[in-house]
Design a protein around this ligand. Structure first.
Ligand SMILES: [Cu+2]
Length: 170
């Protein structure tokens, strides 16, 4: 009988990777701050706390497309970082790496969620570390729906319980 050896690290990765791209038709939850531009509604904007010496951070949000055709997040800018990139994770051999992507598609009628372990906004060259409670302005630009400024709150993702869970910054 062949022995299976799956490392705990790989299982953990699989768990994280399983939540990699969340595409649902669910409406944005009530009581959360949302932002609208064109056909796009942006919600649940947050950023992960960073260690004191960190020069990079990551931000996440959901994008709901109420329009008749696909739209694309093509750029993000922020005054708190020298450079902002759209990143995805991918496996190279056994190693998960981040790689820049040119845009993130949001199909008509769907919601795409950026989240830890999946696609994210990379804040490169932070002017200072991201502390819990900080409010980070992000300007999102869409191919068809124009631009909108949203505020990402630093801390845990909206709705997350504090105990027993930790979130990596990317
Ligand atoms: Cu990244």
């Amino acid at each position: 009988m062949r022995r299976k050896s799956i490392s705990p690290a790989l299982l953990l990765f699989a768990a994280v990777f399983g939540g990699f791209v969340l595409v649902t038709g669910a409406a944005v939850q009530a009581g959360e701050k949302t932002y609208t531009t064109g056909h796009m509604v942006i919600g649940r904007a947050w950023a992960a706390e960073t260690p004191r010496v960190a020069k990079t951070g990551a931000a996440y949000f959901t994008m709901a497309n109420g329009g008749p055709k696909a739209d694309y997040l093509i750029a993000v800018a922020s005054p708190i970082a020298q450079n902002v990139a759209l990143h995805a994770h991918r496996m190279v051999g056994n190693v998960m790496q981040m790689a820049p992507v040119l845009g993130i598609a949001i199909p008509s009628g769907q919601t795409v969620a950026l989240k830890p372990g999946g696609r994210h906004v990379m804040l490169i060259g932070l002017s200072k570390p991201l502390k819990g409670g900080d409010k980070i302005p992000l300007t999102l630009s869409f191919k068809h729906s124009g631009s909108v400024q949203v505020v990402a709150v630093v801390g845990l993702p909206p709705g997350a319980r504090k105990k027993g869970r930790s979130y990596r910054s990317y």
